[in-house]
Design a protein around this ligand. Structure first.
Ligand SMILES: Cc1cc2nc3c(=O)[nH]c(=O)nc-3n(C[C@H](O)[C@H](O)[C@H](O)COP(=O)(O)OP(=O)(O)OC[C@H]3O[C@@H](n4cnc5c(N)ncnc54)[C@H](O)[C@@H]3O)c2cc1C
Length: 444
């Protein structure tokens, strides 16, 4: 990183925190080695779709111009690309050839590097695990300037601490990963309403055989309707299921939110009204669906800058997981605290994770809930309280969604936190790769 340049003000998807940074956008891998050897400390940044400070520091290096496909084996369905490639660019290339991403988060506007560094999960975690489960191998430029090839079987400690390691173990240069064979760009599915929390948790178990499952949950409801939800299930559609349409749908158009909404627009009344309308959108308890993949996986991507509805102060996405063992009770207790306090959210998403190996990944077998909450003066102390409950249930908070967790919570909830900090101290003694998240959580 170059010294003494004027900074630019940047922030990630949730618009909090906002920081000044000197940003470099290299075209060549060699520049990255030069920054590490000669420059000031920095952090890698993909497309800034994390919610917090993981890709923010006084020095930032963007991967977006390092976005070439290096190899594609169309028969085996394995792609190798540089890590600045967006998932949307990968899909545009592979889908017409009958392949899809093995795992995808709720937006396609993230980079492959971001997918590895956060070890992202999708709606199929209970079946297919997270992104790291599909990596054949990757090349990582370590903080000391050495390029190391790693995988689950080769240099495996570096590999497992890099998957979910939030860019602190090295710069991921390129990744080779396997794809999912599909016959179309459509998803056949089912939507089922659940009247209350136990019912939705039962439905997850009942419909485990579906590849994709996710529930929208109304976190403002109390009493008999506490936890009412809609479960959305899906499978990639076969050709014969979409006879009358084009097999691969065109990329859909987008709308845009032109400015930050004033804070009064989002209040308890508007949230309740939205939730009531959303729950009532299907008259029947269960409906069959056939939707283009974009509408199923990325419903929010069609509204560009939707993050502006939370206003200039930004918002927090609180995502935690509680282990399966006492997960029902954990979700019940935490959701109750949220609905009692009226900290509702338009976007409250519940998923069930399958079992997962890994050293520092967020994902572990159990239930995960994610809610978007606009920032105000009382929010952080409330979330500190929730963190303690999550900890009591043996759960943890997702680092890529975090902007405010206290270091002791991270160190007490991630089982390999101590090994991770020791690994970082040993492999980056000069603290070349640093983010505000790393500082806040006392990782370096
Ligand atoms: C609408 C929306 C829906 C989402 N849904 C999900 C979901 O369902 N599941 C899920 O798991 N996540 C989800 N996310 C979170 C998102 O997938 C992650 O935060 C992802 O890491 C963002 O990638 P990015 O390319 O934008 O990277 P950034 O946000 O810029 O950075 C994220 C992390 O990756 C590191 N990084 C980026 N590139 C490299 C590299 N080349 N080498 C080393 N480190 C690197 C950064 O240092 C940082 O720590 C969602 C986000 C949004 C906005």
């Amino acid at each position: 990183m170059t010294k003494n340049l004027a900074g630019t003000s940047i922030t990630n998807w949730n618009n909090y925190p906002r920081k000044e940074a000197v940003i470099e956008s290299p075209l060549f891998e060699e520049d990255l080695t030069r920054f590490l050897i000669e420059g000031e400390p920095f952090i890698m940044r993909g497309n800034g779709r994390c919610y917090g400070d993981a890709s923010l520091y006084s020095g930032v290096v963007s991967s977006l111009k390092l976005n070439r496909i290096l190899q594609f084996d169309e028969n085996a369905g394995v792609i190798r690309c540089q890590t600045g490639m967006l998932l949307s660019q990968v899909i545009d290339f592979i889908l017409p050839k009958g392949w899809f991403l093995p795992v995808t988060p709720g937006t396609k506007f993230i980079t492959v590097g971001g997918a590895v560094a956060s070890d992202v999960h999708g709606k199929n975690h209970h079946k297919d695990g997270s992104f790291s489960n599909h990596i054949v191998s990757m090349r990582v430029l370590t903080p000391q300037g050495k390029i190391v090839v790693c995988s689950a079987h080769e240099n495996s400690e570096l590999f497992w601490f890099t998957c979910g390691g939030m860019g602190l173990t090295g710069i991921i240069l390129d990744v080779s990963f396997s794809l999912k064979k599909v016959e179309s760009g459509f998803i056949t599915g089912k939507q089922i309403k659940a009247r209350e929390l136990n019912e939705i948790l039962d439905l997850f178990d009942q419909f485990k055989a579906y590849t994709y499952s996710v529930a929208w949950i109304d976190c403002l409801k109390k009493g008999n309707s506490f936890g009412r939800s809609i479960l959305m299930l899906g499978e990639h559609a076969r050709k014969d299921e979409i006879k009358t349409r084009k097999i691969y749908p065109n990329t859909s158009g987008t709308l845009s939110v032109p400015f930050n909404f004033p804070s009064f627009v989002l209040n308890g009344y508007s949230l309740k009204a939205f939730n009531a309308l959303y729950y009532a959108k299907n008259l029947k308890r269960s409906v069959q669906t056939l939707t283009p993949y974009e509408k199923f996986f990325y419903p929010l991507d069609s509204i560009l800058n939707w993050n502006r509805i939370y206003g200039v102060n930004g918002f927090v996405q609180y995502q935690f997981v509680v282990p399966q063992k006492n997960g029902r009770e954990g979700i019940n207790t935490i959701l109750k605290r949220i609905s009692e306090q009226g900290w509702g959210s338009f976007l409250a998403v519940l998923k069930q994770f399958g079992s997962q190996e890994g050293l520092i990944s967020f994902n572990t077998e159990g239930y995960t809930l994610a809610l978007d909450i606009p920032i105000n003066a009382k929010l952080f102390s409330f979330l500190d309280e929730l963190d303690k409950i999550v900890k009591e249930y043996g759960g943890r908070i997702y680092l890529t969604k975090d902007a405010r967790m206290k270091p002791e919570i991270f160190h007490q909830t991630y089982p390999h936190a101590e090994d991770f900090t020791k690994f970082l101290a040993a492999t980056d003694p000069d603290k070349k790769l640093v983010s505000y998240l790393a500082k806040r959580l006392e990782l370096k």
